[in-house]
Write a protein that binds this ligand. Structure first.
Ligand code: FES
Length: 120
């Protein structure tokens, strides 16, 4: 009989604009025997360390786009991306938006505008 993994590791990007650094990664072990969406995983990281910034007021249906993050090097919807027990997942800010804090980005400019070079 194989032992089932009971936790996963979130390796999250930490960035605070007032510290003027490039940011760094920090690991959080999250207990779960069930798959979690990246958004649910980030919410648990926030429970462990309330100074970790992430968006949690979201649709969880792939509609609003407020969960956009970069996971293991790919820009994805965090609510639609699952992490399995036993996995380590790297979560960074979405690559197309300006970082605000940790994995939170500035959605004030639409993605289409940013892909054209930034200015409207
Ligand atoms: S939470 Fe709305 S698209 Fe993911």
């Amino acid at each position: 009989m194989t032992e089932q993994a009971s936790s996963m590791v979130a390796r999250v990007f930490r960035f605070a604009p007032e510290t003027a650094g490039m940011g760094h990664f920090e690991d959080f072990q999250v207990e779960s025997t069930e798959p979690l969406s990246v958004m649910a995983l980030l919410a648990k990281v926030h429970e462990i360390d309330p100074t970790f910034a992430c968006r949690t007021s979201t649709c969880f249906k792939g509609i609003c786009g407020s969960c956009l993050v970069r996971v293991n090097g790919k820009d994805v919807f965090g609510c639609m991306t699952l992490v399995l027990p036993g996995e380590t997942v790297v979560v960074e800010p979405h690559s197309k938006f300006k970082r605000i804090r940790d994995v939170v980005v500035d959605f004030s400019q639409p993605l289409a505008v940013l892909e054209r070079g930034g200015e409207q």
